[in-house]
Design a binder for this molecule. Structure first.
Ligand code: MG
Length: 383
């Protein structure tokens, strides 16, 4: 069934503790928002409107890179205002609308199909999770409240579009509804329940992330595969006063000669990443015949390769570079190189290794004719 969807990701998530707002935190290496958006898109949402604060626009674009069929809309001061903005951004159409909170990352097509089916005889449908715990009301002393008929409303929630638009049109502008079903109910719409699911948990408190990370790791591991790529490069020594190696400038009595900055370490690493995802080699993406790459910093090449990895929904596990030369001495610069590569790839320093070796005077590196580099990269990607 055709449907459109709105994901609300404009909250500041004050209860989730220190650090970035919860939609930007990572679960198994992917931003929380990406989990929700990918599930919606894979289930067929068209279009998918993602409502974010204007200041978070770039972060959202990075989180959703490589997914297709989404648009961003600027969020408001309240959830209600953000949903209103999302409804405007949906444009025209008659298909049902799903509204979802970004902080519930584990929705599936099964949840969505059940909700859409329930709209056959209702204006709205909501996943409802039975209350398992005994409910108490706090006063001077506790009293027990019957839990008969009570349930916890989750998202996504599905609505027939005319009923949803009419309900929001009738809602006073500053009314702060906690979910969209309440808005439709208040306007006389019939809302029914579909089976709720503990997997639709909402990430609210810091401890929720601990549990979600364990779930995400097991979900991410299923249907994903580990790939390895390797790269090799060599450049000739020539006159100069410094050399670029692994993104670090080292004062040296010679320079490496090449079309770009001749950073053989980053070139080998770029090829390793491209190799891991089967995307050709550095020459395919940055032809030496193209004048725009003359003297280019090789960080550009590496970051392009990293962007291609991310666009496939893949994640860099680790990279390992070996520099082969007699001079300069690499060890004093090794940590700076690791830090620079980690920065360029947006990974932790402990995911980056830089090593060096000589060839004991043998061969072209041993004779000081040139410097060579080898690299390996391991990524985890959708299979
Ligand atoms: Mg090269």
């Amino acid at each position: 069934m055709d449907f459109s969807a709105i994901i609300v990701a404009a909250g500041s998530g004050q209860r989730a503790g220190q650090g970035p707002a919860k939609q930007w935190r990572r679960l198994a290496g992917r931003p929380v928002l990406r989990w929700s958006a990918q599930a919606m898109l894979e289930a067929g949402a068209a279009p998918l409107v993602v409502v974010v604060q204007e200041a978070d626009r770039q972060q959202a674009q990075a989180a959703l890179a490589g997914l297709e069929g989404w648009v961003l809309a600027p969020g408001g001061a309240t959830r209600t205002a953000s949903v209103r903005a999302g409804l405007v951004a949906l444009g025209s159409g008659t298909a049902p609308v799903l509204i979802h909170d970004a902080a519930r990352p584990f929705l599936t097509k099964n949840h969505i199909d059940a909700l859409l089916a329930a709209l056959a005889d209702a204006e709205g449908a909501v996943p409802l999770l039975p209350v398992a715990d005994t409910l108490k009301r706090q006063g001077d002393a506790l009293t027990t409240v019957s839990r008969d008929g009570l349930g916890r409303a989750q998202t996504p929630q599905a609505f027939r579009r005319p009923a949803l638009l009419a309900a929001y049109a009738a809602l006073p502008g500053d009314d702060a509804a906690t979910d969209d079903a309440a808005v439709v109910e208040a306007n006389g719409g019939r809302v029914v329940a579909t089976p709720g699911d503990p997997m639709l948990m909402k990430l609210t408190y810091p401890e929720d992330f601990t549990m979600a990370e364990a779930l995400a790791a097991s979900l991410a591991a299923s249907g994903r595969t580990t790939r390895t790529g390797q790269g090799f490069d060599a450049h000739r020594w020539g006159p100069g006063e410094a050399v670029w190696l692994c993104g670090v400038r080292i004062d040296h009595g010679q320079s490496l000669i090449g079309h770009s900055d001749a950073d053989a370490g980053l070139h080998a690493l770029t090829d390793a990443l491209l190799g891991a995802i089967g995307e050709g080699d550095i020459g395919d993406h940055f032809p030496p015949s193209d004048p725009q790459w003359r003297g280019a910093p090789s960080s550009v090449f590496l970051q392009k390769a990293a962007a291609l990895v991310a666009a496939r929904g893949a994640r860099i596990c680790n990279v390992d570079v070996t520099l082969i030369c007699e001079q300069p001495k690499i060890k004093p610069h090794r940590q700076a190189m690791r830090e620079r590569i980690a920065e360029l790839l947006d990974v932790a320093v402990d995911q980056v290794s830089v090593k060096a070796t000589t060839t004991e005077g043998m061969g072209f590196t041993g004779r000081g004719e040139g410097l060579a580099a080898q690299a390996m990269a391991t990524v985890e990607s959708p299979s």
